[in-house]
Design a protein around this ligand. Structure first.
Ligand code: ZN
Length: 661
């Protein structure tokens, strides 16, 4: 491979990373054309991003105001969480993708206006953190609770995306100036600074900056943030007071020795994703061995059926450290109180995308698909303007005092603004760049990771041009048609992901059996001399099925959820008789589940008709005698989990007790 053919405009620009098998494609080489992701992406460009811009650049969001005040262009004070700068960078990143997709010059102008303000806010030595600059009582790198590293990471990632998509250096130069300062402060082994690697998006950011400008010290600094973690006593000091320590922030055990994901789910998964980026460059065995272990633990023992992670708002680790918004015991999976921060779910996909690159195994892409169709997408309304921060699997009114969670992260309805605004721009940037995850490149081939109608026009790693078009109604239908529109002569691979949930998928080329076995959770590799006009069809049966949890998940014993393809379904109040308590809903296991295409409903989707059994259960004693209930039968529709809470305040559940008579 030579740099001539490098895909250095990829969002995770690992095309020249030596320890990667599946390399990311340049942003823009794949464009959704119609159907599910085309519509969501268009909604992001047309509604989600402009609306978010109005909020963040106005007085409610106040994020741009913070930069204006720091730049001396406005008077006032900092408002928003300590990580508000980082959330603004994520919004900018989404807008950069919107520009990349639409080529709308007005977006570029607006970005330039923001960047001009950022450059004025940046101090001469490169420091840029408005939460500190505007606080007369706070000093730089005094206490990690100020989330400077988180803001820094998103500054780097956003600036790299801007450079890659626009070719302009104005944002990148701000990032480099900031990175130079960071290196001088954090590379030396200074006792005061050793615990700052917290909420570690700066690791991913430093690796992307290294990939962008080629300066190896950014990579060594990224690695240093990993190496330092867990090398000191876990006691509060002046740099940690005001925020939980220990397992909460993954500092009790060095990463290479860690066996279980611990602590805050977002912090953990950003850390692991960054470490995977470092491995992609260094190939250090101990690092990937630990990451393999952690990925397996997250996805096999601590993940919801929707791909969501972070089971609890408040809890404790086995080392008796307080945990917030994080992982708890294996198989301890409460539904109603599940936290499942949108960011954590997305981070699960981001970590998986990096592991997909490293290992080239389909199981990682399965997680991306699961998150994006369920617990990621549930973070935003169909209309594109209201957000969920927490994504529980059950909503029941009258038992939880949501006002008690005054920091507005757990809400019964989506909200048009969240004071803690990390999730909305994280989701919108991920929707906007998902086309960049749909395909990957190998030394002599193309891997199809995600399905959805699109055109791919890219360059293979040997420099030859390839064009493919994908035609499908996925995820509602499992028939996917891929046409070769341009390719080199000579044999190469086209590899199709056979989803782990599928059974009985078949693959043909030009109407004839392709001669490969479509084994679930693998890539089916088709190697031949392809011709323009060749048509590959993978037909993945979209069966509607019940799923149950591992027997150790006590919270779903004797319950089932309904899943069709990658989409998890739920029942919610608007489809139940008025006043029905969601806990009184059972599902009849013997009646067929019927898929129903509804192009005009909730943005266009497929519902599932099911027979439910309702019981009346008004007792409130903790334990009481019970007899076989008198069932009220009801045929009604289930809706995709991501689409719940778009028809007014509702109760909802994914898992329901099943009755097999
Ligand atoms: Zn978040």
């Amino acid at each position: 491979m030579t740099s001539l053919h490098a895909h250095n405009k990829a969002i995770v620009a690992n095309s020249e990373s030596p320890f990667v098998k599946l390399h990311a494609i340049n942003f823009g080489d794949c464009q959704w054309t119609k159907g599910f992701w085309a519509e969501k992406t268009q909604k992001a460009v047309d509604v989600m991003i402009p609306y978010m811009g109005d909020v963040l650049c106005g007085d409610i969001g106040h994020a741009l105001n913070n930069f204006k005040i720091a730049a001396g262009l406005k008077t006032g004070e900092h408002k928003g969480m300590y990580w508000h700068d980082g959330d603004f960078y994520k919004f900018m990143e989404a807008k950069i993708y919107a520009y990349g997709l639409s080529k709308d010059a007005a977006l570029l102008t607006e970005l330039d206006e923001y960047i001009d303000i950022l450059s004025k806010a940046q101090e001469p030595d490169g420091y840029l953190q408005t939460q500190i600059q505007l606080d007369p009582d706070a000093d730089r790198y005094e206490n990690r609770k100020y989330h400077e590293m988180y803001n820094t990471g998103h500054l780097f990632i956003s600036a790299c995306a801007h450079f890659r998509i626009t070719g302009q250096r104005n944002f990148l130069d701000i990032a480099i100036k900031h990175a130079e300062l960071l290196y001088t402060i954090f590379f030396p082994d200074t006792k005061h600074y050793r615990r700052f690697g917290f909420n570690q998006t700066q690791i991913m950011g430093l690796v992307e900056l290294y990939r962008t400008v080629g300066d190896k010290k950014y990579l060594t600094l990224a690695q240093k943030f990993i190496d330092r973690r867990g090398t000191y006593d876990i006691v509060h000091d002046s740099t940690t007071v005001g925020y939980p320590i220990g397992d909460m922030v993954q500092e009790r055990t060095p990463l290479r020795e860690e066996t279980d994901p611990v602590g805050h789910a977002v912090l953990a998964l950003y850390y692991y994703a960054g470490a995977a980026d470092v491995f992609a460059e260094t190939g250090e065995e101990a690092l990937i061995t630990a990451l393999n272990r952690l990925w397996e633990s997250v996805t096999q023992k601590k993940m919801y059926a929707t791909g969501a992670v972070g089971q609890t708002h408040y809890g404790a680790s086995v080392n008796r450290d307080m945990i917030e918004e994080g992982f708890i015991d294996d198989y301890m999976m409460p539904n109603l109180t599940a936290y499942n921060e949108t960011c954590a779910n997305l981070c699960n996909a981001m970590f998986s995308f990096r592991m997909l690159g490293i290992h080239g195994e389909a199981k990682y892409a399965d997680i991306i698909e699961l998150v994006m169709h369920n617990s990621g997408l549930s973070g935003i309304s169909i209309e594109g303007k209201d957000y969920f921060y927490a994504n529980p699997l059950r909503m029941l009114h009258g038992v939880r005092d949501y006002d008690a969670h005054a920091d507005v992260t757990e809400t019964p309805d989506r909200e048009g603004y969240l004071a803690c605004f990390c999730c909305p721009p994280n989701l919108v940037r991920t929707i906007s760049n998902l086309s960049g995850w749909a395909y990957s490149l190998t030394d002599n081939g193309v891997h199809v990771n995600l399905y959805g109608s699109n055109n791919l026009a890219t360059t293979m790693l040997d420099g030859s041009a390839i064009k493919l078009s994908q035609d499908t109604d996925y995820p509602w239908k499992g028939l996917v048609k891929l046409t070769v529109d341009e390719c080199k002569s000579g044999a190469f691979d086209i590899a199709l992901r056979v989803p782990g949930w599928s059974t009985g998928a078949t693959i043909t080329v030009n109407g004839k059996d392709a001669g490969v076995t479509a084994t679930p959770a693998t890539y089916a590799v088709l190697n031949r001399e392809w011709q323009v006009g060749d048509v590959i069809v993978i037909d993945i049966p979209m069966e509607t099925t019940f799923i149950e949890g591992h027997p150790r998940i006590e919270e779903v014993r004797n319950q089932v959820a309904v899943k069709r393809g990658p989409v998890v379904y739920c029942i919610e109040s608007p489809d139940l008789p008025e006043g029905t308590n969601i806990l009184d809903v059972y599902i009849d296991g013997e009646e067929p589940l019927k898929a129903q295409s509804q192009p005009e409903f909730l943005g266009g989707l497929t519902t599932i008709e099911a027979k439910l059994l309702l019981r009346e259960n008004k007792g409130d004693a903790m334990y009481r005698n019970v007899r076989k209930p008198k069932w009220q039968e009801l045929s009604t529709q289930l809706v995709p989990y991501y689409a719940w809470s778009n028809r007014g305040t509702a109760e909802m559940t994914v898992f329901m007790p099943v009755v097999w008579r």
